[in-house]
Design a protein around this ligand. Structure first.
Ligand code: HEC
Ligand code: HEC
Length: 240
């Protein structure tokens, strides 16, 4: 178990139970994948039976990302981001950022830290496949004059796309219609880069977020969050 998770264990019983779930969901899956490997050439389905299915891997995620309206309460109160319909490359990139500690959110660091590249790729494909139909090229509503000026100042659409759903690079996030309260927390986190609970260090978004006041970031978040989205909260039944 990594040092970070261990340091959290002292803090709350909840996290003890949680870290155990992370460890059993992912660590044992790689052990099983290894032991299943020699059988792979014989019969693919038999080998698959030994490895953990993607359903098992996402079972833990659903507890937060699959519950409509579910709010995170620590370190800040906001709705948990929608990841059903987010692009797969960005999901992997975000998970790696938690794993590497570039994103400091404690729970997601614990989770990302326990995932292998393969876990991340499988889980990302599974979530990306749950997109709603593509949104129109034009954003579904016009910004106010104030928000239009803010968008222009940092050329948000040059990276996130004219409709904020078609980023120029698939490793960049879709943000249209994402929960506005989460977008605001995310934008502030790039500004609060050194903060070791909520900070995010990202060369690109750091320079952008720092140009704005929190009130301006909130206005941007509210506008982008109000647009039609390809993402959704997809309630899932527990698989096991
Ligand atoms: C205990 C609740 C919880 C669980 C369980 C959980 N997440 Fe998260 N997740 C969050 C919160 C809260 C955030 C926002 C963190 C932040 O502010 O950076 C988040 C952020 C993310 C992000 C970044 C989203 C974005 O738009 O940048 C991804 C990707 C993600 N989680 C994937 C997963 C996956 C995959 C699993 C399961 C393996 C999982 N999460 C399990 C609460 C959870
Ligand atoms: C030069 C390209 C670029 C520009 C311009 C840009 N972004 Fe970003 N944005 C990114 C990248 C790359 C990320 C992912 C950063 C990371 O991995 O944490 C991101 C992440 C975000 C996130 C976090 C999404 C999430 O799910 O956590 C928000 C919100 C966001 N951008 C909003 C904006 C807004 C609003 C503007 C204009 C004020 C803007 N961006 C301008 C590239 C850009």
């Amino acid at each position: 178990m990594n040092k970070f998770v261990r340091s959290l264990l002292g803090q709350t019983g909840l996290l003890v139970a949680f870290a155990t779930t992370v460890a059993t969901t992912f660590a044992s899956s790689s052990v099983q994948a290894q032991s299943a490997a020699p059988a792979a050439s014989a019969a693919a389905p038999a080998a698959a039976a030994g490895a953990k299915s993607v359903e098992t891997k996402v079972a833990m995620c659903i507890g937060c990302h699959g519950i409509p309206g579910y709010q995170a309460t620590f370190p800040e109160i906001h709705r948990v981001p929608m990841i059903s319909g987010q692009s797969a490359k960005y999901i992997v990139s975000a998970l790696n950022a938690y794993k590497a500690g570039e994103r400091k959110h404690p729970t997601m660091r614990g989770i990302g830290g326990g995932m292998s590249e393969q876990d991340m790729a499988e889980v990302a494909d599974w979530y990306a496949s749950q997109a709603k139909p593509a949104v129109a090229e034009k954003p579904s509503r016009e910004p106010s004059a104030q928000v239009a000026a803010l968008l222009q100042k940092a050329a948000c659409t040059s990276c996130h796309g004219a409709n904020f759903s078609k980023p120029v690079d698939p490793a960049y996030p879709k943000i249209a219609g994402q929960h506005a309260d989460y977008l605001f927390v995310a934008l502030k986190s790039y500004k609060n880069e050194p903060n070791n609970v909520v900070g995010r260090s990202n060369g690109v978004m750091g320079g952008i977020a720092k140009q704005f006041t929190n009130a301006e970031l909130k206005a941007l978040a509210q506008y982008v969050g109000s647009l039609d989205s390809e993402m959704q909260v997809k309630p899932q039944s527990r698989f096991r």
